[in-house]
Design a protein around this ligand. Sequence first.
Ligand code: PMP
Length: 453
Amino acid sequence: MTSDLDKQFVWHPCTQMKDHEILPPIEIVKGEGPFLFDNNGKKYIDGISSWWVNLLGHSNHELTKELQLQSETLEHVIFAGFTHEYAGKLAAELCRLAPGNPQKVFFSDCGSAAVEVALKMSFQYWLQTGKPKKKRFVSLSGAYHGETLGALSVGGCSLYKDIYKPIMLNTFDVPGPDCRPKNDGKTVEERSLEAFDILKKVVEENHEEIAAIFIEPLVQCANCMNMYSPVYLKKLRDLCTEYNIHLVADEIAVGFGRTGKWFACEHADIVPDFLCTSKGLTGGYMPFAATIVQDKEVFDAFYGDYTEYKAFYHSHSYTGNPMGCRLGLKVIEILESKVMAELPERIKVLQEILEKLSELKHVGEIRQCGFIGAVELFKNAGNFENYPAEQRVGWNVYRKALEKGALLRPLSDVIYFLTPLNIPIDTLRELGDIAYESIKEVTRKQDGVKVRK
Ligand code: PMP
């Protein structure tokens, strides 16, 4: 019944809806820790934290309690002209934990919005401090910063972006640090440095027009978990400082412990001018986001008499939502009290899982950054020859893994692990085993498939 209504009325995200003829959406009725349960009682390990949001397991008792208490006391209040206890507390905690010594936090309600905030703030800052020419942004290939037009403009994933180019911002389009395997014998660091040199040239020639550069520190998650060297980040930080360009770290996916540290920027020891966070910030309980501003100077450029009209007139209805703020505080408390300390052990287990997967014939590369792990499948792992798209190998592994009880939604032919940080170790191992068997079965079957050219 429910699925009939879904079929009739719902348009699902990021999906070719025709695929549902073969694999209808699975109706989930319950979540518990790392598990999801469907309407037939079947259990799935949530191997991708339901699009990278679920940080501490589904229906986490501590978070649920916090949400319940807050919803019974104050579910929401307009955040312009009003505030509440948890907004200041969460902002202070984010400033304590984020790299450097950030001064201000601007709340919004999803990752894309946090990126739009940074984008607009950066532009307006330069406008109001005598640099009106700085009104363009850099788009790095492979980057992903969200789906709204500004966020999509500074991203660079062709699949999501290209069709909308005619209605987008006019960005400087530059190759990103693409370190996915190629047959050229170059190391990740060499590739990162090559990409940096191209970016540097663009910046040297156009810095007077560039307001900000957005970067996903260390892992371009949506770009098939492309992982690059911290050296790129260090150099980028220096370049931005030299040429008066804001560096915006989009830690929406990689922040909050995912890479083994609170924020991925810490691996390169850099301090961004703006840091965007969302997803895990509420443990995946509700849409909520923050743009963390490093320098007070930025805030000051918007401060003045009303009739100067230089305030940041950006609003979202749910900005500063009390339930979101309170959840954020609890997430931080749980991470600090136990989860972060236990993470290194889980990171080691993930490494073992990836190493075992590397034995499979069609696994051409394994990559890992903290608690994010990925394996890339190739038709010929020896020369990194891709499978033809028609074979839909990643999707078939996904289907096989579902049968076996795991949610491992792939990115193309990349199967990745991005589980709740507190997943029990035996469940993590079970997930690894399901991935192993699913890849083995699907790729073996594909070996026998002849593809028409
Ligand atoms: N930036 C990054 C790095 C992301 O991974 C995402 C979401 N996948 C976003 C921005 C956009 O966040 P949201 O979907 O909440 O708008």
